[in-house]
Design a protein around this ligand. Structure first.
Ligand code: ZN
Length: 213
């Protein structure tokens, strides 16, 4: 039986080396789902990602405006978000990631459930308990970094018809919702991680504005 070589202890970690965990496949993280796709689904994912703004696009740093009219423009935007989220095989997508500065995002943390659309969402309560876990982002391809989030959140918002909704979320759905809320304020996971993880992420992002894999 082959023996796995033991990990060297006290391993030096030069700052210019990106640790394998940053690019290796992970479990579902942030708004990125880890799943092997067939060739057709992979092609759809790439087309969708090409329509999602990628770091350092300035739209990702802008604050979105409240939505006041629940009109056909909003319906179209929601349809586009849901369509791209599905094709990108993501867990959540915010309008700012399409360069649209309006306060709406879609969540789909469970692929077997319908997506949830939240318009003008507000975090009204966050648990004292906070959990640090790895997150990825559809706008930061190839980056997975630790982010601390509330374990449970209460969010008040409106649905696409303008009805009030209140959601109590826990675990992964709570994490994805906090990630998307941040997008509406121009905040990225780079701003919420450790200095070391941020440095490594920027090293991944810097050399290739377009990642083809
Ligand atoms: Zn994101």
């Amino acid at each position: 039986m082959p023996v796995r070589p033991s990990e060297p202890t006290g391993r030096p970690s030069p700052s210019n080396v990106v640790s394998a965990s940053k690019i290796a496949p992970m479990s579902d993280a942030g708004e990125v789902r880890d799943e092997k796709l067939d060739a057709e689904a992979e092609a759809r994912r790439r087309v969708a990602l090409a329509q999602i703004r990628q770091y350092p696009d300035p739209a990702l740093r802008m604050k979105a405006h409240d939505i006041e009219s629940f009109d056909v423009d909003l319906t179209r935007l929601v349809e586009q978000l849901e369509h791209l989220l599905g094709d990108a095989n993501g867990l959540g997508l915010a309008a700012t990631q399409l360069g649209v500065l309006r306060r709406v995002f879609v969540l789909r943390p469970d692929p077997d459930e319908e997506s949830k659309v939240l318009v003008n969402p507000r975090l009204v309560e966050g648990s004292d308990e906070r959990i640090t876990d790895d997150e990825g982002c559809l706008s930061l391809q190839g980056v997975v970094i630790p982010v601390e989030r509330h374990e449970r959140v209460t969010i008040e918002a409106q649905d696409p018809e303008g009805n009030d909704v209140r959601l109590e979320l826990e675990g992964l759905p709570a994490r994805v919702a906090q990630h998307e809320l941040d997008h509406l304020d121009g905040i990225l996971i780079l701003d919420r991680t450790t200095p070391d993880a941020r440095r490594e992420a920027l090293a991944v992002l810097r050399p290739q504005p377009v990642v083809v894999r």
